[in-house]
Design a protein. Sequence first.
Length: 363
Amino acid sequence: MTGILHGWPVQEFLRLTGAGVPIIQAPMAGAGGVALAAAAIRGGAVGSLPCAMLTPDQVREQVAQVRALADGPLNLNFFCHHLGDPPDETAWRALLQPFYDKEGVGPPATPPPLRAPFGDAMCAVVEEVRPEMMSFHFGLPEPRLLDRVRRAGALIVGNATTRAEAAFLTDHVDLLIAQGFEAGGHAGYFLGEFRPKGTLALVREVALDADVPLVPTIAAGGIADAAGIAAALMLDAGAVQLGTAYLHTAEATISPVHRAALRTGETVVTNLFSGGLARGIRNALIDAIGPVHPAAPRFPYASAALAELRRVAEADGRGDYSPLWAGKAASLGAPLPGQPLEGAQALTERLAREVADLLGTPP
């Protein structure tokens, strides 16, 4: 085991990214941002900003803020979905009517902004701010945009949930995320239907698949402590992407309700909050109508009808209609009652030390 941290996958990841440890802080909209990304970078990891719900000006501003706080590799994350024409929401709003009645609200008069796919305006900002990395969810942007990203000097990172997606992506990317079904947030499948596969099984399949060109693989899903990281690296991952582990840190911007719910660790895959399949903690809406319902409009349209319900419940300190995204290992790393929250820099540094100890290798 002594050569794992000095083997090709890890060393190639570190060489390409400039990171000090084989960890990427996952981009998590609504949970992470400037402070979290900067703290992870200071700890030696790749820091990430979730950009799918930001405007170009906000991306420009947040990148500048991270750069002022930390010196190291920064990843910008975008979605590559296709909006299409707005769907008919009649059945969805009818299903939600009892909840509107209960909370004394209705569908929003002005729907909130939707998650937008990566396009020309964001690409222009990327060319300006020149991040070290760009990760994409739900496939990749069109070739002309991808060429512009590459010419801007960014490493391109794709997200695969199957061997077929990995084989497709590795012809176009520098790094590959192998996202298992244990991962919190949206499952990034894009070739066919969602075909759940465990993280470690997927990492190993990709590593042994002769049809998948050789690029460092990043394990994502259900990994929240040093033992999980070590297991992924032993199966030839070059790094891990941690999301839920960072939700327990002081820099995470989640609500007190979300933070408390992490302790239960009971998560399900649901389409209620965006229309896309995503893993989160059970709440009142899921308990009432089930985690997956055919009336929910396709991604990302389902979220609009929930906006007013979320607003009134969150103002009351409830997460009844909010997406409480978390992975299967949600409870790992939760501080004991009364203990202060660990900072993201300290978490990153501690995990690196513990992994080195487990693998018998100096960090």
